[in-house]
Design a protein around this ligand. Structure first.
Ligand code: ARG
Length: 457
């Protein structure tokens, strides 16, 4: 008979059993489920529901069950629905009547909330560590090439010159925000649900504070009805992971484009590429494409969860069982994607020549040229128009701005002087930028230093 079978007139249809079972998915939570049960048994002893001998018996059996699962000797079956019922049934099998006392005042609704919260805190901490390692490798690349400049793009058209380090740091700061979001998601999951029962708490004086302390939570959940169906912490985590994946996906996209033969800014080493079954010459960035592709699936995990929750009547409904697959999926994709990205960043080779060549065309110094005129007193709109006219002339003669002699420049405006060439020198431009957060060499050096300290603290 099922643990809940008392009032049932006939056994469950096996099709219903298979359809409702979640054990294939939630067995992954076994260690947390058992940890929760051990703490619960201790608490039941403290409030006089279990004797010391009974508690010892239960704890010993639970530890054995844990080992049975770890070593693959445990038998799972859909008949027992989920991890909670599997552990409980095995406990009773092992120690008889005493095992039947463990579930006093407890519901699977709070158990699943507890298990997922504990699991999630651990998983997110691991992801945070991986992320910090990736951030470190980005800083290292930025540092290594801190004297290199490259074109910055808007609309995929050359825009303004930027230090390579500044470009690398642009992703670093995205990941830094992701780290903050992950920490926030950890703190959202950090509320202890046991003692809230199925939806109403209990007449048994469950010591929630003991459980909180023992299971390493920083606070208690506040309302038993809310607790039964609160999955905000699952949403928070999946949102944080979705944004992180969007950043990884955008970086993937950049690395793919900039390592094409057409750009030739970067090169990815062979060990990170894959071949084509038909075309012998191909070396493809499939891993990066898969980060991009799997981002779509993580975003859909977030959508699944939002839709799952949006019309649920209050407290527990079995729909909630469907939250685990998207959450587990998002966690595992994020974790593997971060570490693949770290491999790519560490392995990324920089083609200085390709990058420096790209700086020679495209009038990348046009904005600074207009700024030069502004600093000499011309209103910006006029400077903009004038530089546009000069570029039109360069276009016609198929030359670059730097090729213009000073007397030619002077014919456009008497404000031009010899010092104008400094404003068209890529090296000088990135040295002259002043604004905080702007694309300047000094800014990069300072930020790398600051962020090193941040990462090591
Ligand atoms: N397997 C369920 C879940 O994942 C556990 C809670 C089941 N509660 C219940 N009353 N059927 O949500």
């Amino acid at each position: 008979m099922k643990p809940w079978g008392g009032r049932f007139l006939e056994p469950t249809d096996p099709q219903i059993e298979d359809f409702t079972a979640s054990i294939e998915i939630d067995k992954r939570l076994f260690a947390y489920d058992i940890m929760g049960s051990i703490a619960y048994a201790e608490m039941l002893e403290r409030i006089g529901i279990l004797s010391e001998a009974e508690r010892k018996k239960i704890v010993k059996a639970l530890e054995e069950i844990k080992e049975e699962i770890e070593t693959g000797r445990f038998k799972f079956s859909n008949e027992l629905e989920d991890i909670h019922m599997h552990v409980e049934r095995r406990l009773v099998e092992k120690i008889g009547e005493t095992g039947n006392k463990l579930h006093t005042g407890r519901s699977r609704n709070e158990q699943i909330s507890l298990d997922v919260r504990m699991f999630l805190k651990d998983e997110l901490r691991e992801i945070e560590c991986e992320l910090v390692r990736l951030m470190g490798s980005i800083l290292e690349k930025a540092e290594k090439y801190k004297d290199l400049s490259m074109p910055g793009y808007t609309h995929m058209r050359k825009a303004q010159i930027v230090p390579f380090g500044h470009y690398m740091l642009s992703f670093y700061y995205m990941f830094k925000r992701d780290r903050e979001r992950i920490k926030l998601a950890i703190s959202q999951a950090d509320a202890m649900p046991l003692g809230t029962g199925a939806l109403a708490g209990s007449t048994i004086p469950i010591d929630r504070e003991y459980l909180r302390e023992r299971l390493g939570f920083s606070r208690l959940t506040e309302n038993s009805m809310d607790t039964a169906s609160d999955r905000d912490f699952v949403l928070d985590a999946t949102y944080a992971l979705s944004v992180l994946m969007v950043h990884l996906s955008r970086l993937s996209e950049d690395l793919i484009i900039f390592s094409t033969e057409e750009f030739s800014f970067f090169r990815l080493p062979d060990r990170l590429l894959t071949g084509s079954s038909l075309m012998p010459h191909k070396k493809n960035p499939d891993a990066l494409e898969l980060i991009r592709g799997r981002t779509a699936r993580v975003i859909s995990d977030l959508f699944s969860l939002l839709v799952l929750l949006k019309a649920l009547p209050s407290t527990y409904n079995r729909d909630l069982q469907e939250d685990k697959e998207p959450l587990f999926h998002a966690l595992s994709v994020a974790k593997s994607s971060i570490s693949i990205m770290r491999l790519c960043i560490e392995g990324l080779e920089i083609n200085r020549e390709g990058i420096e060549n790209a700086l020679k065309t495209g009038y990348i110094e046009a904005t600074e040229l207009a700024e030069y005129l502004v600093l000499k007193g011309l209103p910006f709109r006029e400077a903009h128009r004038l530089v546009g006219t000069i570029i039109k002339e360069c276009d016609r003669r198929k030359i670059s701005l730097k090729d213009l002699q000073i007397n030619e420049l002077k014919s456009f405006s008497s404000l031009f002087d010899e010092d104008v060439y400094e404003f068209m020198d890529p090296l000088m431009i990135v040295k002259k930028r002043m604004t905080y957060g702007g694309a300047s060499y000094d800014g990069v050096v300072k930020q790398i230093e600051e962020e090193r300290v941040y990462l090591s603290s």
